[in-house]
Write a protein that binds this ligand. Structure first.
Ligand code: CP
Length: 325
């Protein structure tokens, strides 16, 4: 069997790089562990000592609001020491290689690196070169994967729908450039939803998209018919090398989620978006802020889900702690 770099010899999480190749049991363990952390946010003292004494470095080579902040909050709630490297003011700006950056920070005894980079494969590269006992968490690499986003999305679906079986889920928009969509498709299929649909213009569909285990639609309201979950995606203009759309106005007209378009989904469908939203391009404000939107729940759930992933990778979840006692 092919070795999965993310897992140790016992099949436990060591790094978290992509959803692909992980088992249903492991994804469910992440969701159940996250559930045990959810209550912490509403307590007076929002701390658990599971990562006390550990040092976690956030290396964000690409812009982020939600992911970077929720990773920092998650690490602090687990009592870790957190280092936020300011990439623009770091030696990377003077030409230091990624490998030298990793080696130098490891020499400072960092235990975990949370890595976002515009190039696909960067987190895997870090994991291949990390010292024993050091964990790498992928916070988004190019158009390849954004696995912690997918897991917080799965948590949000589970919380609102009670399970995955029988669900029809539509992912709408720029599938071709979306690391979020790729990770979500793997997670939804592993967790056993009944159908994953991708909806968007042909110019924004990856080649051979159906081999990912999805049904393709190029017309919004047909694709939305009777779905339980609608996931809208941002137009990833920074990853488009040429004009792939006639105009944003035209895109909104054909693929933007309005209340009318949403009425084709199941009446109790939830609306999700990983953020940042381009209002008036991907969806109307009425939908983004409406009763079916769970977009801010996704953000809140990101803290508990990232706590779960970090503590599992450091093998210090509440259950693991109890078994070591
Ligand atoms: N969803 C997401 O990755 O958002 P940020 O780019 O703000 O981290």
């Amino acid at each position: 069997m092919k070795h999965n770099l993310q897992l140790d010899a016992q099949g436990r999480l060591n790094h978290f790089l992509s959803i692909e190749g992980l088992s249903r049991d492991l994804l469910l363990e992440i969701l159940h562990t996250a559930q045990s952390f959810i209550g912490l946010s509403s307590r007076n003292i929002k701390k658990a000592p599971l990562l006390r004494g550990k040092v976690i470095a956030n290396l964000f080579f690409e812009a982020s609001t939600r992911t970077r902040t929720t990773f920092e909050l998650a690490a602090k709630r687990l009592s870790a020491d957190v280092l936020n490297l300011n990439i623009n003011a770091s030696a990377t700006a003077k030409g230091e290689t990624l490998l030298d950056t990793l080696r130098n920070l490891q020499a400072m005894h960092c235990d975990m690196f949370v890595v976002r980079h515009a190039d696909s494969g960067t987190a895997h590269f870090f994991a291949q070169h990390a010292a024993a006992g050091v964990s790498i968490i992928n916070a988004g690499d190019g158009r390849h994967a954004h696995p912690t986003q997918a897991m917080l999305d799965m948590y949000t679906i589970l919380h609102n729908k009670g399970g995955f079986e029988g669900l029809k889920v539509a992912i709408v928009g720029d599938i071709a450039h979306s690391r979020v969509a790729r990770s979500q498709i793997h997670a939804l299929n592993i967790l056993g939803v009944s159908e994953v649909r991708v909806i968007g213009p042909k110019t924004l569909m990856p080649a051979q998209v159906r081999t990912l285990g999805v049904h393709e639609y190029n017309q919004l309201t047909t694709g939305l018919r009777d779905v339980d979950v609608v996931i809208m995606l941002r137009l990833q203009k920074e990853r488009m090398h040429s004009a792939m759309l006639p105009s944003e106005h035209e895109y909104f007209h054909l693929f933007g989620l309005s209340e009318e378009a949403l009425s084709h989904a199941s009446p109790d469908a939830i609306v999700m978006h990983p953020g940042p939203i381009n209002r008036g391009i991907e969806m109307t404000s009425a939908v983004a802020d409406g009763g079916q939107s769970v977009i801010l729940q996704q953000v809140s759930n990101g803290i508990a889900v990232r706590m779960a992933i970090m503590s599992m990778a450091m093998q210090t979840t509440p259950r693991q702690e109890a078994s070591h006692a």
